[in-house]
Design a protein around this ligand. Structure first.
Ligand code: OSB
Ligand code: MG
Length: 369
C-alpha cells in the first residue's frame, strides 16, 4: 500500500469517575487518533495511548502528536510498498517514542487487514473468541469507597480486581478487601513505581493477602531491586513500565526481575513487538496479560485481539466501555459473564461511531502525504 493521507484527531472523553494512581489523578481521557487513508482508498485507525503529562512514561500527547507528524509519517509516506510488517524497521531510526509509533503501526495494520478481509485476531493467530477480563481500581479517599467500588465491579462480573497502591495505601485497603470479599476473589496490585528499595521489608507484608501478583513496585530502570524483592517474596513480581521491548522482557526474565509480564502495545512500540513479547514469554513459561491505558473502543478492540493469544493466561485490564466512559467512541464493549467478545470483523473490527466521534473531537488536522 501507499499512504496518501493521515488525519490526526484529538478526542476528550470524561471518565465516569476520577482515576487516581500513584502517578496522579485523571478525570478525562484525551486521546490522539490517527486515521490513515491509502492510495487505494483503504482506511485504518490507530490510537496513541500517551497521557497529557509525561508521568507514566516520557511520552505525552502533544509531544507524541508532533513526533507522529514530523518524524514518523514522513518515513512511512516515502515507502512505495508499505506493509505493517515493515513499519517497525522503517521507524527504527527514530529513537524511543513507542506510543507514537504504535498509533501509526496500528493504523497501517488496520488498513492492511481491512483490505485483506482478515481480523486482527486471525492475523495474530488468536485461539479464543471471548476473554475473561479484569478491572483496575484507582485509589480512593476512604476504604469504604474502595469497598463499594470493588463490590460494584464484582457484581458486574469482573474476573479479577487490580488495586492501585502507593505508600500509605496498601496494607489497609488489602486487608479490608480480603475481609469483605474473602480469599477467593482474584486480586492483584499495581504500584506504578511508587516504592523504593528501602521499602522491601514493608512490601513483603503483602504476601499475607494471597495476591496473584504485584506490578511494578520500583522505578522502570531498577531491575535489580525487582530481582531482590522477587527472591524475598512469595507474591510473583510483574513488570509494566520496565518492559519497553522484547529484549527488555528477555533481560528481566533472565535476571529473575519478574515472573509475569504486563504487555501494553503502546509501551513497547507496537502490536508486532507486543506479539514478540508474548511469544518469548510463552516459550519461557512466563504468563502474560494485556495491560490497559484507558483506551477508547478502538485501542480496546485491538487489545482484545492481542489478548486472545494463548499465552495471555491472566485476565487483562481490558474492561467494558462503561467502566471508563458514559459514551465510548465505538459501539460499547459490554461484559457478559465477566467476558468480552474478541472482534471478528476485518482489521481491528470496529469503527468510530460518527456522532460519538464528532461529539468527543477537540481538534483535527488533515495531512496530505
Ligand atoms: O499502570 O496499568 C497501569 C492506566 C493508565 C496508565 C497506567 C496504567 C493504567 C491502568 C488502567 O491501570 C488500566 C485500564 O485501561 O483499564
Ligand atoms: Mg501498571
Amino acid at each position: 500500500m501507499k499512504l496518501q493521507q493521515a488525519e490526526l484527531r484529538e478526542v476528550a472523553l470524561p471518565l465516569v469517575a476520577p482515576f487516581r494512581t500513584a502517578l496522579g489523578t485523571q478525570e478525562h481521557r484525551n486521546s490522539l487518533l490517527v486515521k490513515v487513508t491509502t492510495a487505494d482508498g483503504a482506511v485504518g485507525w490507530g490510537e496513541c495511548v500517551a497521557d497529557d503529562d509525561p508521568t507514566y512514561s516520557a511520552e505525552y500527547l502533544a509531544g507524541a502528536r508532533e513526533v507522529v507528524r514530523q518524524f514518523l509519517l514522513p518515513r512511512l509516506s516515502r515507502a512505495p510498498e508499505l506493509t505493517a510488517a515493515l513499519v517497525p524497521e522503517l521507524l527504527r531510526p527514530v529513537r524511543g517514542n513507542p506510543m507514537a509509533k504504535t498509533a501509526i503501526e496500528m493504523a497501517v495494520l488496520d488498513a492492511e487487514l481491512r483490505t485483506a478481509g482478515i481480523s486482527l485476531a486471525q492475523y495474530f493467530g488468536a485461539t479464543r473468541t471471548e476473554l475473561a477480563v479484569g478491572v483496575s481500581v484507582g485509589i480512593t479517599d476512604t476504604v469504604d469507597e474502595l469497598i463499594s467500588a470493588v463490590d460494584g465491579y464484582l457484581r458486574a462480573g469482573y474476573a479479577r480486581i487490580k488495586l492501585k497502591i502507593e505508600p500509605g495505601w496498601d496494607i489497609e485497603p488489602l486487608r479490608a478487601i480480603r475481609e469483605t470479599f474473602g480469599p477467593d476473589i482474584a486480586l492483584q496490585v499495581d504500584a506504578n513505581t511508587a516504592y523504593g528499595p528501602a521499602d522491601q521489608p514493608h512490601l513483603r507484608r503483602l504476601d499475607a493477602y494471597g495476591l496473584t501478583l504485584i506490578e511494578q513496585p520500583f522505578a522502570p530502570d531498577d531491575l535489580l531491586s525487582h530481582t531482590r524483592l522477587a527472591a524475598r517474596m512469595d507474591t510473583p513480581i510483574c513488570l509494566d513500565e520496565s518492559i519497553t521491548s522484547a529484549r527488555d522482557a528477555a533481560t528481566a526474565i533472565r535476571q529473575e526481575a519478574c515472573s509475569i509480564v504486563n504487555i501494553k502495545p503502546g509501551r513497547v512500540g507496537g502490536y508486532l513487538e507486543a506479539r514478540r513479547i508474548h511469544d518469548l514469554c510463552l516459550a519461557n513459561g512466563v504468563p502474560v496479560w494485556c495491560g490497559g491505558m484507558l483506551e477508547t473502543g478502538l485501542g480496546r478492540a485491538a487489545n482484545l485481539a492481542l489478548a486472545a493469544l494463548p499465552g495471555f493466561t491472566l485476565p487483562g485490564d481490558i474492561s467494558a466501555s462503561a467502566r471508563y466512559y458514559t459514551r465510548d467512541i465505538t459501539a460499547p464493549f459490554v461484559l457478559h459473564d465477566g467476558r468480552l467478545t474478541v472482534p471478528t470483523r476485518p482489521g481491528i473490527g470496529v469503527l468510530p461511531d460518527p456522532d460519538a466521534l464528532q461529539a468527543a473531537t477537540t481538534s483535527t488536522e488533515l495531512l496530505t502525504l
